[in-house]
Ligand binder design. Structure first.
Ligand code: UDP
Ligand code: MG
Length: 338
């Protein structure tokens, strides 16, 4: 299948308040992919946009049957939007990309070439030049990936790689079988990457509009990623507790022996208060970390669908994604009308 031109290439594009990006994106995408003889399957996942993104997609769909729309019921975040899209795409391979042209469509040609000739299952884009990002973003992003790879043993995320990538059908099917609700997609995609390689590219500035990720969102994203791919922070408190107890025992012996046999008067206040505060801090940190895991376990336990679909338009009309839930259309319309 991979060797010839008879294949379907899905392009999965999560979008949130991107009304002005849709038309330029489609135009650039098609001109870049002109030389590929594949059946294209472009799936926009509208992640609860409050502007006219949906109308902009429908305007494209009116004259283009290769384009479909999965319309989520509200904003679920990019990770859930990508999960939703993967539930619907039908391609032999799928390219995941942003709509703001920061993931240049030309690079897809290299992805496809490597996929066809070298049989890689995942080909991810590596940003060689992050000079368009602020120094703070570069520093924190670089620091995060190094920290993530240091604390996790099982999964390594390639540095400077975003979500922009081509994944083979085997990877899509593997991802669809991961039932977890905490969807740190970069980690999940690295976990199920099979044979993978990177392609370097220059990341241009956003074509129009502005980023949807402020630093608070990025912080939560980073914390989610680390909690999702580690377990050892839950276990270290036993060791820390043992070490502190041993030290405390030795210290206690010293004080008792000193006071009993050598009449040493140990001044108390400063040392007592610092030990109490130090231990209080350690206990709060441990509780916070345990709380972080428990809240995520609680989220998993509730088994809520990862996304809610308002409707699917285009070629996948009545289908149901396995990891989400489709609202009952008739019921929904009645509720809206009343
Ligand atoms: N996006 C989304 N849901 C969100 C936030 C973003 O689907 O809640 C989409 C967005 O429309 C874009 C892609 O994710 O197509 C990347 O977003 P953005 O360009 O803001 O991220 P950045 O490039 O700044 O990391
Ligand atoms: Mg962007």
């Amino acid at each position: 299948m991979k060797q010839n031109n008879d294949f379907t290439l899905s392009i999965l594009v999560p979008v949130y308040n991107e009304e002005r990006s849709i038309a330029p994106f489609i135009q650039t995408l098609y001109s870049s992919l002109d030389s590929i003889k594949a059946n294209l399957d472009v799936v926009f996942v509208n992640d609860g946009s409050s502007d006219n993104t949906r109308l902009a997609i429908e305007a494209v769909m009116a004259s283009d049957s290769q384009v479909s729309l999965v319309n989520l019921a509200r904003n679920f975040g990019k990770e859930a939007a990508m999960t939703a899209g993967l539930d619907y795409v039908k391609g032999d391979a799928c390219v995941i990309m942003d709509v703001d042209l920061q993931d240049p469509p030309d690079v897809i040609l290299e992805f496809v070439e490597l996929w066809q000739t070298k049989q890689w299952d995942t080909i991810y884009g590596v940003r060689v030049d992050r000079s368009k990002d602020t120094w703070f973003k570069r520093l924190t992003a670089g620091g995060f990936y190094r920290f993530f790879n240091w604390v996790t043993s099982e999964t390594k995320i390639p540095e400077n790689a975003g979500d922009f990538r081509l994944i083979d059908r085997v990877v899509i099917d593997a991802l669809r079988q991961l039932p977890e609700r905490n969807r740190f997609m970069k980690g999940l995609m690295a976990w199920s990457a099979f044979r993978s390689t990177g392609v370097q590219f220059q990341r241009p500035k956003r074509h129009c509009g502005e980023t949807k990720f402020n630093y608070w969102k990025l912080w939560n994203f980073a914390v989610d990623g680390i909690f999702s791919f580690t377990a050892w922070p839950l276990r270290i408190w036993g060791f820390i507790g043992c070490a502190i107890s041993c030290l405390a025992f030795v210290f206690m012996l010293k004080i008792i022996i000193g006071a009993t046999f050598f009449d040493v008067k140990t001044p108390g206040y400063a040392s007592t208060i610092s030990v109490v505060l130090f231990l209080g801090g350690i206990q709060l940190i441990s509780l916070g970390i345990i709380g972080g895991y428990i809240s995520r376990m609680y989220r998993e336990l509730k088994q809520r669908p990862i996304y809610l679909v308002e409707g699917v338009y285009g070629r996948y009309g009545n289908e149901q994604g396995s990891q989400g839930m489709n609202l009952d259309q008739s019921n929904h319309q009645v509720k809206k009308a009343s």
